[in-house]
Design a protein around this ligand. Structure first.
Ligand code: HAM
Length: 420
């Protein structure tokens, strides 16, 4: 029989308690990211992972790589084409339009799996996890500062080194269109020198040529027109002001070549990159998308947002696990288990900062002690026949060899545990 395996580019994530393991870190990163969002008063939105496939054509855009090559889609029993969401923004706006909430202001966050049929490599998966935020209803100005502030909070919270926030301004839709035209006019005569991928981009999404990894293309681009010549003074001033305000917190660079791969952006765009990530160096990205709501049938609603790739962030995040003490509760005789569970239940209610682990497997006292040591527990609490008769337990320090074990009454155990 053929072996059944996971699909290419799709990870099994599991927590083995080892914080050098990206998978374990990812769960901790999720909790901390949610805390940061709540600290800024974002509210959760949870949309389905499946959507009508045409949503992404009308939002992320026909000319983007995502819609062109990367969508996971299938026809359902009614022959409707359904897509697994490749990102979260389109669903959020679809939901806001559908519920007629497009005339109100919102600050929303979400977290969950996304799917893109990409060529898997380090940091690039076919199923990955994004946490995102969207500020809806507020025009350009203050939300841009709030976005960069959240990015700085993330960078500082996870003590990220060797990273930088790149910012740019794509101007209005008209500015963006004029720049695209100028770029195409400039590149057309060089078409014979471009590779196949860049020629395709030139026709479908000329701004993406600026992202080209091809060194010949980059040489040609040195003399190309720059977006800087097409946007107004106020936009450049905003970039400078954001850079000035936040540069003491994080490294910020104005990069006039930053264009982003999704079609819905205009105005302010940004990405955070880390040189520790290798080729897939961007761990978050976002920008303003003021036209998306009306494009999806809603009212005009200014909007800005960003999404973080959590696998990439977990990969570079520095020790984040709150240093919680671990105690192993060892029951030395099976007839004592009901009693021990009651004691453990009370202990857990006394101090929420401690992790109390009761061994669920049968085995000798020795094997349970071995397991407690392997789990790196700080103390073992041992309950045996003798102890229960005397209404006491033994507390054994496992990390400090100089400290002796001691028998204490159950009441003293409660006080000891509370004070840890
Ligand atoms: P995006 O730049 O396509 O933007 O994705 C955001 C982040 O998701 C990337 O910076 C990266 O960390 C992560 N990511 C993307 N593709 C993969 C992959 N194949 N494997 C692992 N991680 C990946 C968006 O999705 C926009 N919706 C962001 C946004 C929100 N703009 C406005 N609001």
């Amino acid at each position: 029989m053929d072996k059944i395996q996971s699909l290419t580019g799709m990870l099994d994530l599991y927590d083995d308690g080892d914080m050098t393991n990206t998978s374990s870190k990812l769960f901790e990163v999720e909790t901390i990211i949610k805390d940061i969002f709540l600290n800024y008063k974002f509210q959760e939105i949870r949309t389905p992972v499946l959507e009508d496939a045409s949503l992404y054509k009308r939002s992320v855009g026909d000319s983007s790589d995502i819609v062109n090559k990367e969508i996971y889609s299938f026809n359902d029993r009614n022959d409707k084409t359904i897509a697994m969401r490749p990102e979260g923004t389109a669903s959020v706006i679809r939901s806001i339009v559908e519920k007629k909430l497009d005339q109100e202001n919102h600050k929303l966050w979400y977290l969950g799996p996304m799917w893109r049929y990409e060529r898997p490599q380090k940091g690039r998966y076919r199923q990955f996890t994004q946490a995102g935020i969207e500020i809806l209803g507020i025009p350009e100005g203050l939300p841009e500062y709030e976005m960069v502030s959240v990015v700085c909070s993330i960078i500082n919270k996870f003590k990220l080194r060797n990273c930088c926030i790149k910012i740019n301004h794509l101007g209005t839709r008209q500015n963006k269109a004029s720049f695209c035209k100028a770029l195409v006019d400039f590149l057309e005569p060089y078409k014979k020198d471009l590779n196949e991928k860049d020629i395709e981009r030139l026709h479908k999404n000329p701004l993406r040529v600026l992202d080209s990894k091809n060194s010949e293309t980059q040489t040609i681009l040195k003399n190309a027109p720059s977006i800087k010549e097409f946007i107004d003074k106020a936009s450049i001033e905003m970039l400078n002001s954001i850079k000035n305000e936040f540069s003491d917190l994080c490294k910020i660079e104005i990069d006039f070549n930053l264009v982003r791969g999704l079609d819905y952006y205009s105005g302010f765009v940004f990405e955070a990159i880390s040189s520790e990530l290798g080729a897939q160096d961007s761990f978050l990205g976002g920008g303003r998308y003021d036209q998306l709501c009306s494009q999806l049938g809603g009212k005009d609603m200014p909007a800005i947002g960003m999404a973080i790739g959590l696998e990439r962030l977990a990969n570079i995040a520095n020790p984040i696990k709150p240093n919680r003490k671990l105690i192993s509760f060892i029951i030395a005789a099976s007839n004592l288990e009901p009693k021990a569970y009651k004691i453990a239940h009370h202990l857990r209610s006394l101090n929420k900062d401690i992790v109390l682990d009761i061994s669920l497997s049968q085995g000798s006292l020795k094997s349970k002690m071995r397991k407690a040591n392997k789990n790196n527990a700080d103390f073992a609490i041992i309950l045996g026949e003798e102890e229960l008769k005397n209404k006491s337990v033994v507390i054994k320090p496992l990390k400090d060899e100089l400290k002796e074990q001691q028998a204490v009454s159950i009441d003293d155990l409660y006080s000891f545990y509370k004070a840890l």
